[in-house]
Ligand binder design. Structure first.
Ligand code: EPZ
Length: 427
């Protein structure tokens, strides 16, 4: 397993290109299952999660060609030869559940392994299943798999339009229901739907394929089902989580960095917190330029919420910054039940953090100290890299396979702006 070594202290200067969004691409790729015509995605990120989704779609009989080094995904699912998403693939990546809605909507049947939990929480999929049942799906849970069939409507098997009222905001359940509804007979209304930019991007892609959708980006999305969808070419939206992560780099160790492709509307609540902490963000014609106003940022309180609130996927990275802030910050994690695993690792670097349930109280210190630390999940791993940029001495982050799931060549992107960082091949 590879490790990444960071020598702290260098100020950063230069430009960092921001890739297409992992969490948009992971829902855009299953959309190919909705049509027998080709769907091509451009600006796709080159990540291990994308390779896992490629593997899953291929196992169903779809063709996925990775062109231009993986930045273009040319997909076609003319004839699905298999309707079972196997546990061995699904357990590696929870987003695999997003093939359920499209397969069910297009062919009337699907068998998908339950994803199981992950490090940050139980991650149930009950809301995905309830939404599809509301559309008439007959579901049976057997041997760890969901066996799903659409009802017979005399002309074959098809889902029917329905009102789906989500009791809590779920990105994945909104995505599964949105995709399924595009081919259902009649009108579907998704209430308390997720508003994330990745949902808006999915709706734009589906509309390019001929879907009739209104309201994406608001809490109510209305879909008028159509007979079939045609092919399209769609650019993946910029990754707001990679963007926020790299915006924190000059904030934590000084300097000035321009994040290419960054847009304020993708990170509004996050930028408000950066401003309160003393970090300036300036829109340029190619992205967002970030620097800190004083030598040390100020403490701020953070509560994670569904979009447009502060994103849970930036909580670990923000905690790394606040470990070096002047004052005491309280972070409240309201989305997942166990998303402070980066805290004990940051404490090995001298951070002062008290975790009680969903709250972490961080007392900022002048300087963190480099140490050997271990990545536990995707966003925790990059928060340790950020802490290493500011720490005195050398930080060695092990198990960086977590990192490679969501960040393209992090050592190259940070190295290009002056960070002293290298990847060491593991045994
Ligand atoms: C998506 O996960 C993202 N993953 C996550 O990013 C992100 O943290 C999360 O949305 C929240 O923004 C992808 O898009 C691939 P949810 P998802 O359904 O869809 C509960 C990363 O680091 N819930 O919005 O799984 C759930 O347990 C990853 O890139 C149910 O109870 O998140 C959680 O507490 C991590 N039942 C809350 O809702 C369900 O059926 C929000 O989960 C579904 C979810």
């Amino acid at each position: 397993m590879d490790s990444i070594i960071v020598k702290g202290g260098a100020e950063l200067r230069g430009q960092i290109p921001i890739a297409g969004a992992k969490n948009a691409c992971l829902t855009l790729m299953p959309a190919t299952l909705l049509s027998d015509e080709p769907l091509t995605l451009t600006n796709a990120p080159r990540l291990s999660d994308i390779r896992t989704m490629t593997q899953l779609l291929s196992s169903l009989g779809a063709e996925v060609a990775q062109l231009q080094g993986g930045q273009v995904l040319a997909m076609s699912s003319h004839d699905l030869t298999n309707h079972t998403a196997d546990y061995d693939i699904v357990r590696k990546m929870r987003a695999s559940i997003l093939v359920l809605g499209p397969m069910l909507a297009r062919d009337g049947h699907a068998i998908v392994s339950l994803p199981g939990g992950c490090a940050i929480g139980a991650r149930p999929v009950d809301l995905h299943l309830k939404a599809l049942e509301a559309m008439g799906a007959e579901l049976e849970l057997r041997d760890g798999y969901v066996h799903a069939r659409a009802p017979h409507d005399g002309r074959g098997r098809a889902l029917r339009g329905a009102v789906v009222d989500f009791p809590l905001v779920s990105v994945g359940a909104t995505e599964n229901a949105l995709m399924a509804a595009t081919l259902a007979h009649g009108t579907t209304e998704l209430r308390n739907a997720a508003r994330e930019p990745e949902i808006v991007d999915l709706a734009r892609c589906l509309r390019a394929m001929g879907a009739q959708i209104e309201g994406e980006g608001t809490s109510t999305i209305t879909i008028q089902g159509v007979e079939r969808l045609h092919g399209a070419t769609h650019p993946v939206v910029t990754d707001r989580i990679e963007l926020g992560t790299y915006m924190l780099a000059p904030a934590i160790c000084g300097g000035e960095v321009e994040c290419l492709g960054g847009r304020i509307d993708l990170v509004g609540a996050f930028c408000e917190k950066l401003d309160a902490a003393g970090v300036s963000v300036e829109e340029t014609d190619v992205g967002l330029r970030v620097s800190r106003r004083n030598g040390r940022v100020d403490a701020v309180d953070v509560t994670t919420e569904p979009f447009p609130g502060f994103p849970t996927d930036l909580q670990a990275q923000m905690m790394a910054l606040l470990c070096t802030a002047n004052g005491v910050s309280v972070l409240e994690e309201k989305i997942f039940e166990n998303r402070f695993m980066h805290a004990p690792e940051l404490m090995r670097m001298g951070a002062k953090i008290d975790v009680h349930g969903g709250h972490a109280t961080v007392t900022g210190v002048e300087r963190l100290k480099g140490a050997r630390v271990m990545a536990t999940d995707l966003r925790a791993s990059v928060s340790l890299i950020l802490a290493g940029l500011a720490a005195e001495g050398e930080t060695v982050v092990s198990r960086v396979y977590h990192l490679d799931r969501g960040y393209e060549k992090v050592e190259e992107k940070l190295g290009a702006v002056g960070a002293q960082i290298e990847r060491v091949q593991g045994e």
